[in-house]
Ligand binder design. Structure first.
Ligand SMILES: Nc1ncnc2c1ncn2[C@@H]1O[C@H](COP(=O)(O)OP(=O)(O)OP(=O)(O)O)[C@@H](O)[C@H]1O
Ligand SMILES: Cc1ncsc1CCO
Ligand SMILES: [Mg+2]
Length: 541
């Protein structure tokens, strides 16, 4: 049987590996458990098996696949695929060249190709619609499955570049699956984040090995994966709520502050040494409890305290495994994380460190100064003087665009600071759903808000002022009640901070007393809770 290409469902693509079968199971029993519970495509990938046995196994799996009306793909072995009349072949970059594969297998067989670079997408687009039918995009995350893995994991951001390249080269026929290190704790956010910038495509599916092949309950494991992909269970690692993404009015802001006062969030700071004391005092001024903790073994407990929130600031970096554990724990507990990529583009070391951390989670808010946001957006290199922004290259439309790109790429609320602050909600008020790239959500459709209060140069003349805006955002998001709006909390935090900064700048005698007065004013404005009196203003751009 030849499976019609347009009927292939790529959503849950099982790749086999008989080297990891638990005792009491067989290749076929695991595959069948998968097929019965939602696997939509199967690839036999047996690097160590001799040809004769490979063919025997492939024929058995083929029978199973036919029973469940699921196509069967053979990895690398074009001869085997042809001999057993499989539905397709999957080849890697180091395997037989695609045009030769197509000549051998004929027009109807599905050809899949492993792709990790934009140039490879350009190549497949040049070949046109008759050569490659789908690509496996990866490696997304580190994985134990591939021996001698050569590639540096690309993370969701690398996959977005590939999706953008497919759009740019008009390769509309080519379907996509994510590959590498995909597990129940990350597939939902990968499907959520991986959307082309024009909003026209998301991943068509995910492919994985171990969560089914190595499972002692392959049926149950597959059901969980299926439910995650179909969004029937929500294990998103975020606190996204549906809001209307409209400018919050004074009542909305008043309500945010009231919720924070009542809920008294715990704000775990994993932050730089310079910021620790100041950030703790800012947090206390906002009726919240700070804890400066870099102890890996306690993140699991901390994130489960009601209204716990994580502020992750990479200005000086805690042990990397601890940071990853913290991101993972807060995502699993569905508690918010605010990420501050300090000095993102100052050095290549900081860039790769921040990129790697950003690939490990879903963040409620990413806040940076103009250079950090420009660097993250890729619009320019975001040149910096150490951790301070280089403001010489900035103009309003460039910064607004950078903020939109960061918001969309990371499906987060992005905040870009400076004399004017820019805010953009890439979650569309929490309405953006996984694998829904085609619903008109694109970078261009996003709205940017500005918060202004005139030029207050002294705000940039104290250290860790941006870091403490991070503490403020974390307190206000963390203090929300379940029905609260994350976007309203972020806008409220930026307005509150800018208003307190202005007040402090008017009465201070220099940067030393400014520091103290900033905390005083945050304390007063928060406890007074009369946002109609705040001097900063928010506007839709
Ligand atoms: N010239 C300015 N006028 C008004 N507000 C400013 C000005 N410069 C900075 N701010 C405000 O100061 C805070 C810090 O912004 P900045 O862009 O300096 O962050 P940052 O470089 O990340 O700070 P840091 O690294 O010192 O923590 C923000 O709330 C921002 O709105
Ligand atoms: C000065 C400094 N160095 C690393 S982090 C930090 C605080 C301001 O970002
Ligand atoms: Mg600064």
């Amino acid at each position: 049987m030849v499976f019609a290409k347009e009927d292939v469902d790529y959503s849950l693509y099982l790749v086999t590996d008989s080297g990891m079968l638990p005792e009491g199971t067989t290749l076929c029993s695991q595959v069948e458990a998968g097929l019965q519970n939602g696997v939509t495509l199967v690839q036999i990938r047996e690097k160590e098996t001799d040809t004769k046995l490979f063919i025997e196994e492939a024929l058995e799996v083929k029978e199973l696949c036919s029973k469940y009306n699921v196509p069967l793909i053979i990895n690398d072995r074009i001869d085997v695929a042809m001999a057993i009349k499989a539905d397709g072949v999957h080849v890697g970059q180091d395997d037989m060249p695609i045009p030769m594969v197509r000549d051998l297998v004929g027009p109807d067989m599905i050809i899949g190709w492993s792709v990790g670079k934009v140039s490879e997408v350009e190549q497949l687009a040049k070949w046109g619609p008759h050569l490659v039918d789908y690509i496996g995009i990866g490696t997304l995350f580190p994985t134990q499955t591939k021996k001698n893995a050569k590639k540096v994991p690309m993370g969701p951001q690398g996959a977005i570049e590939i999706l953008d390249a497919l759009e740019a080269s008009n390769a509309t026929w080519c379907r996509t699956v994510g590959i590498g290190g995909l597990h129940p704790d990350n597939i939902q956010r990968v499907l959520y984040q991986c959307t082309s910038t024009n909003g026209n495509r998301s991943l068509d599916g995910i492919s994985l090995v171990s969560d089914i092949m190595a499972s002692t309950d392959a049926a149950g494991s597959t059901r969980i994966l299926r439910a995650l992909i179909d969004n029937d269970i929500f294990k998103f690692g975020n606190d996204l709520k549906v809001g209307n993404n409209a400018t919050p009015d004074v009542n909305a802001i008043h309500s945010v502050i009231e919720q924070v006062s009542q809920n008294r969030p715990l704000v775990q700071h994993v932050t730089n040494k310079v910021h620790q004391n100041f950030g703790a005092n800012v947090t206390l001024a906002l009726g919240s409890s700070p804890i400066m903790s870099e102890i890996e073994s306690e993140v699991g407990e901390l994130c489960r305290i009601p209204n716990a929130t994580l502020l992750l600031n990479t200005g000086s970096v805690a042990p990397i495994e601890m940071v990853k554990s913290a991101v993972h724990a807060y995502n699993e507990a569905q508690r918010p994380i605010v990420f501050d990529p300090v000095g993102y583009s100052a050095t290549t070391t900081r860039k790769s460190l921040n990129d790697s951390l950003l690939s490990y989670g879903q963040f409620s808010c990413i806040k940076g100064n103009s250079s950090e946001i420009l660097g993250l957006s890729g619009l320019n290199s975001g040149s910096m003087r150490g951790v301070d922004a280089d403001t010489s290259l900035n103009d309003a439309s460039l910064l607004a665009q950078a903020t939109k790109i960061v918001a969309f790429k990371f499906k987060t609320i992005a905040v870009c600071t400076g004399e004017v602050d820019y805010i953009c909600d890439g979650t569309f008020g929490g309405a953006f759903q996984i694998s829904k790239a085609t619903d008109g959500a694109s970078v261009d459709s996003l709205i940017v808000y500005t918060v202004q209060n005139g030029n207050i140069p002294i705000m940039g003349d104290i250290t860790a002022s941006g870091c403490s805006l991070g503490s403020t955002i974390a307190s206000l998001i963390g203090g929300l009640s379940p029905e609260g709006s994350v976007f309203d909390a972020v806008v409220s935090a930026v307005l509150l901070y800018k208003s307190a900064g202005k007040n402090a700048s008017l009465s201070c005698e220099g940067s030393g007393s400014f520091n103290v007065q900033l905390i005083d004013n945050l304390y007063q404005l928060f406890h007074e809770n009369e946002p109609s009196k705040w001097s900063a203003t928010v506007q839709k751009l």
